[in-house]
Design a binder for this molecule. Structure first.
Ligand code: UD1
Ligand code: UDP
Length: 360
């Protein structure tokens, strides 16, 4: 059996790494097809190097562009590769343009599609990711749901039960496999002059937050107020989309320490030692929950409701008052919830299932 792993962005590389490790361990016939959606060193190569992943056999180098342009280029490129390689299964992860195009190219060639992290819904179709995950789920043959809730959503949408496998989320595998290594590496806080549990960590990069000037300014004002109220350093590794918009809108964020995006081990150190995390990232909401660090989500909805239910996360949207209020509320909570995203064996289960076994 030949397996193609199609990926293209930072979170896909990180969350697919445990699956790739397991494919290597079981000596499977597989290859990586990188779409090139992310191409900057600190959003792409650094993760291959640090997580010791084999190099991609193909890189389509599609780069940035409008949604249609980027998705269309990936679709054309993936189809060519799949026609040549003739894999039996294509694996994709998450909700980006890369994965929608990868899944669509495969299903039209009658190649089976496995979707890692299936069944997540924000029910907000203004988000490009919601369209991507919905369509990808509905062209998949193996739907790897991270939680019971995700499985129930898929069943509710009419996906046959035999296609759905509850495996947990591979981000748990990635965190467990790398946390100790990150702790040993341990110099990121010193380099930034930070003390454990005496700073807040921010990530903010979603199209609907940073491409809208009013919304971006409002969130930055909320973060500024949080920093001033708690007299605490706030570290913000700036995604290139956000950097571009800060410059285009001529913004000068106050009270925030802006840094370049960091590698995964450094980011795990920053997350696990933060007093509070404020974010609009999907993966960062999960990691905060797994690491028992309270999280304030800078969005009006989340496709990770499990984090809200266990008390690890709260939705603050973009209002400065709510960002401040909700930060206070989260800082007052006990951080003793149980991680709802599985036991860190998702990668192993996924490989076993596609190679013809079950995950019992
Ligand atoms: C994409 C995903 C988003 C995911 C994020 C992970 C879609 C629709 N969005 O958003 O779901 O959360 O990746 O980080 O697929 N840029 C660089 N270097 C790069 C890549 C991008 O400088 O390596 C800049 C370019 O200015 C580009 C902008 O970032 O225009 C946005 O890149 P794009 O791939 O369109 O979307 P992301 O915001 O990265
Ligand atoms: N991350 C990282 N360095 C950073 C910021 C984030 O390694 O400077 C990692 C983080 O640990 C998480 C992933 O990137 O695993 C989240 O990716 P992102 O926020 O870009 O995408 P999303 O999860 O929102 O799709």
């Amino acid at each position: 059996m030949r397996i193609a792993v199609v990926l293209g962005t930072r979170p896909e590389i990180i969350k697919m790494a445990p699956v790739i490790r397991e494919l290597e361990r079981s000596k499977a016939d597989f290859f990586i097809l990188h779409t090139g959606q992310h191409y900057s060193y600190n959003l792409d190569r650094v993760f291959f190097e640090q997580l010791r992943l084999p190099p991609a056999r193909y890189n389509l180098e599609v780069g940035s562009g409008s949604h249609a342009e980027q998705t269309g280029k990936i679709l054309i490129g993936v189809e060519k590769v799949l026609q040549g390689e003739k894999p039996d299964v294509v694996l994709v992860e998450g909700d980006t343009n890369s994965i929608l195009a990868g899944a669509l190219a495969a299903v039209k060639l009658h190649i089976k599609v496995g979707h890692v992290e299936a069944g997540l819904r924000s029910y907000d179709r203004n988000m490009p990711e919601e369209i991507n995950r919905l369509l990808t789920d509905h062209c998949s043959d193996f739907l790897f749901a991270p939680t019971e809730k995700a499985k129930a959503i898929l069943l509710g949408e009419g996906v046959p039960e035999e296609k759905i496998f509850m495996t947990g989320n591979t981000i748990v595998d990635a965190v467990y496999q790398n946390l100790e290594i990150a702790r040993e590496k341990g110099n990121t806080l010193d380099a930034l002059n930070l003390k454990a549990k005496e700073y807040f960590l921010v990530t903010l990069h979603r199209q609907e937050n940073v491409d809208d000037r009013i919304r971006f300014v409002s969130i930055l004002e909320g973060l500024d107020r949080v920093a001033a109220e708690f007299k605490t350093p706030v570290i913000y590794p700036l995604h290139p989309r956000s950097r571009k918009m800060v410059s285009e809108f001529h913004l000068k964020p106050q009270n925030l320490t802006l840094i370049e995006p960091v590698d995964f081990l450094s980011f795990l150190q920053l997350e696990s030692n933060a007093r509070l995390i404020l974010t609009d990232s999907g993966g960062v909401q999960e990691e905060a929950c797994i690491l028992n660090v309270p999280c304030v989500t800078l969005r009006d909805n989340t496709e990770r409701p499990e984090t809200l239910e266990v008390g690890a996360n709260i939705l603050a949207g973009a209002s400065p008052d709510r960002i401040l209020e909700h930060s206070k509320a989260m800082l007052g909570r006990e951080n003793n919830w149980v991680n709802p995203f599985g036991d860190g064996t998702a990668g192993r289960q996924i490989v076993k299932i596609i190679m013809g076994g079950s995950n019992d």
